[in-house]
Design a protein around this ligand. Sequence first.
Ligand code: NAD
Length: 451
Amino acid sequence: MSDINDDPPGFALSCIHTTGELPMSEQTYLDALSRLKALGAHAGVSGDVIDLLRHPHALLTASLPVRMDDGSTRYFTGYRCRYNDILGPTKGGVRFHPNVNSGEVQALALWMTIKCAVVGIPFGGAKGGVTVDPKSLSRMELERLTRAYMRAMVDFIGPDTDIPAPDVYTNARIMGWMQDEYETIRRGKWPAVVTGKPIALGGSEGREEATGRGAFLCIEALRRQHQREAKDIRVAVQGFGNAGYNVARLLQHAGYRIVALSDSHGGIYSEAGFDIHSVWQDKQQSRELHGVYCDGSVCHSVEHEKITNEQLLALDVDLLIPAAMENVITDNNVISIRAPWIVEVANGPITSSAEATLERRGTLIVPDVLANAGGVLVSYFEWVQNRAGYPWTLEQVNTRLQERIENAFQAIWDRHIHEERSLRNAAYTIALLRIEEALVIHGSKGYFQEK
Ligand code: NAD
């Protein structure tokens, strides 16, 4: 067995085509790599596995010229990272957000690699993004940007190589534009090129709510392990978008009390609990005006007490669900976190050093690579349906999702209890063992040392 080497990690090793300098200081990716190294040491896999995963396979950085409605041209930067494909074609969302950079994309792609292995689907990990404030664009500008992204990535993406999906500020409509652009260039029908697309274009029943449903199933499994009643569990949800809304809705329906919600504008609090559907409807009211995004906020629900996002994170609730962005619980605010359970619906919401503090305090954290895996599971189901040309019913999708999530949860929980590992440690162990097995079986990797 070789040791994990201590060289600085590589950023974006094989750049197929790059138009700019790759920043070397993105903290999120460095943190993801150091967490991988620490958890890899506990997993008992060869150091070669960890070295391989410290080196993303390829990153494409592209300049995206977009004609604006006023006739001018603006240039945006787009990224796509195919991190590792040992288990299958790479899979991961595309994010439109002002903070997107190469480091964030690589961190998210690494987590996708681990996540697909945790839930045992035949995909590697990828991620993409565009550095843009999408709400500042008109609907037509947004469509032209989306098509420019696909044109730039068309040789990097494909149903057998790399399959995008929605992420922050991208949705089914945007996936539909991506598919259309790909099919126009390739002159054919390729529904399996993206997932999370509209049902009319080959999307899957149940995909829209899948991330929230997967998280809900994890929370239910956790509740059963602790033999608690749903009605006794008070919940705060940070990020009331696709994932946050759906998990909150399903939890409320099952009897949990959702006492706090927030979005990028701020938060609201009600000790009596919210009717999630009404808050969502209030927030959506302006959507018809803008077509793609709503300008509404949970803060527009006038009858509730207003709180900040920082106050929401610090609430004395039973369950805290960060469902917005990464790095929201850090060394700066970890001291204020009081919830005994945290379920990471967002990717990477807790830095590794803040996690160490929480663990010392006994906080139970259901990690992102399990808690939000419902999205990629139903994306996998969508890809299978597209390739078979045979759509499934909502009931088939939800039954198969439940079976996969509950099995993954149980396997992680068993290691957590019997091997006294954190849930994240147990999840990474399962993923890294699967990746190691695939590497060994590939057989032709002369440089790879078996244990
Ligand atoms: P979304 O765009 O639908 O919603 C994001 C929400 O977060 C919005 O309500 C936005 O207002 C809010 N937000 C943004 N910045 C915030 C801040 N600083 N504080 C509080 N709220 C803020 O995105 P989504 O698809 O729900 O994704 C949310 C998280 O879930 C991301 O981390 C994403 O990577 C993860 N995730 C999503 C999917 C999926 O299928 N959509 C799958 C797996 C993981």
